[in-house]
Design a binder for this molecule. Structure first.
Ligand SMILES: NC(=O)c1ccc[n+]([C@@H]2O[C@H](COP(=O)([O-])OP(=O)(O)OC[C@H]3O[C@@H](n4cnc5c(N)ncnc54)[C@H](OP(=O)(O)O)[C@@H]3O)[C@@H](O)[C@H]2O)c1
Length: 305
């Protein structure tokens, strides 16, 4: 099969190569999925799991891409609940070969059925951003209607999902980002926009929840905005500061079939807008992923037309 691989950590995306690789085989409880479309997170080549296995041994050459939409082509021993020919979407194991490839082996529990009226490109754009937002807001942030949330990076892939889900939950949403992100953040449902390039973060006052996709100094200063009993949720590692009388949580998104089903249903009934950036073919993907242009939305690689 054709797949994009990386072997050289220092080279970053410039080291990506489109090569022939053996097709994966289905282990216990796996399915093999023919990949139609794959999402990509810009930081993947900095993740330790891209380079080593769970025992810290080199696992290169590695196929990046960890979210996808496609069709089940075979079932592993003992796999139940899915059938050959079924449309599916979801997250793949960080430590296994990913989805910038024609086929991938995935544990069946990590994916969900993709309804027939949802395009593969749309399906591939949702799992990581959608689940990260869902879990950060509800599982970790315990968001409730009437609360105020500060959604950093509100025009980005995760941020646009955070803004929309928080708004649906009845929260007051303050989105942040660069000056040029204002319009997009407001269009996705932020009540207010805060310009991180020009405004003073401390002027925001108190909030119940910070959803941080930026970290560093922004994350640190945001901890000071948390009201008593509030939470700062980070998806970019532990925060350097802890809120006084509040919680600080950092987490890595987990696969969840029920949550994926909720998310795609919201897309179907118009409650959730997708945020897809550049769409490229597998042949074009290396050029796209090496572009120095600012990414506006989730990059999706259309592996099969
Ligand atoms: N822990 C997890 O499970 C998990 C899951 C998903 C994503 N993540 C992480 O979350 C981060 C965001 O992912 P994403 O897919 O949403 O990326 P994205 O689409 O690039 O969104 C991030 C947004 O934040 C903006 N931003 C970053 N630094 C900023 C700053 N200093 N000032 C103003 N705006 C800033 C970005 O603008 P620019 O492009 O101009 O910088 C972009 O609009 C990544 O680091 C990713 O690895 C973690």
């Amino acid at each position: 099969m054709r797949a994009i691989v990386v072997t050289d950590q220092a080279a970053g995306t410039a080291g990506m190569k489109l090569v022939e690789r053996p097709e994966p085989i289905a282990a216990i409880n796996d399915v093999i999925v023919m990949i139609y479309a794959s999402g990509y997170v810009g930081t993947e080549l900095t993740w330790p799991s891209t380079w080593t296995d769970r025992t810290n041994r080199d696992r290169t050459p590695t196929i990046p891409g960890h979210e996808f939409a496609g069709v089940v082509t075979s079932l592993g021993y003992g796999t139940t609940g899915l059938t050959v020919g079924q449309r599916v979407f979801g997250i793949t194991d960080w430590y296994r070969d990913g989805t910038l490839a024609e086929y991938a082996a995935i544990e069946a529990r990590n994916l969900a059925p993709l309804p027939g009226d949802v395009d593969f490109t749309v399906g591939a754009s949702l799992p990581i951003s959608g689940l990260t937002a869902w879990q950060g807001l509800y599982d970790h942030g315990h968001l409730k209607g009437g609360q105020t949330i500060l959604a950093h990076g509100a025009a980005g892939a995760v941020g646009t999902m955070v803004v929309q889900l928080a708004r649906e939950a009845g929260a007051y949403v303050i989105g942040t980002g660069r000056t040029s992100d204002r319009q997009k953040a407001l269009e996705y449902g932020a009540h207010e926009f805060f310009d991180l390039d020009n405004d003073n973060l401390e002027d925001i006052g108190g909030v119940d929840l910070v959803f941080d996709v930026i970290g560093g100094d922004i994350g640190k200063r945001s901890a000071g905005l948390i009201r008593p009993g509030g939470t700062i949720v980070s998806v970019v590692g532990p925060n350097e500061a802890h809120p006084i009388n509040g919680r600080a949580i950092d987490f890595v998104v987990e696969p969840d079939r029920g949550q994926l089903t909720e998310i795609v249903q919201r897309v179907r009934d118009g409650r959730l807008r997708i945020n897809i950036g550049e769409i490229s073919t597998l042949d074009e993907a290396i050029t796209t992923l090496n572009s120095t242009k600012r990414r506006l939305g989730k990059p999706v690689i259309r592996v099969r037309s």
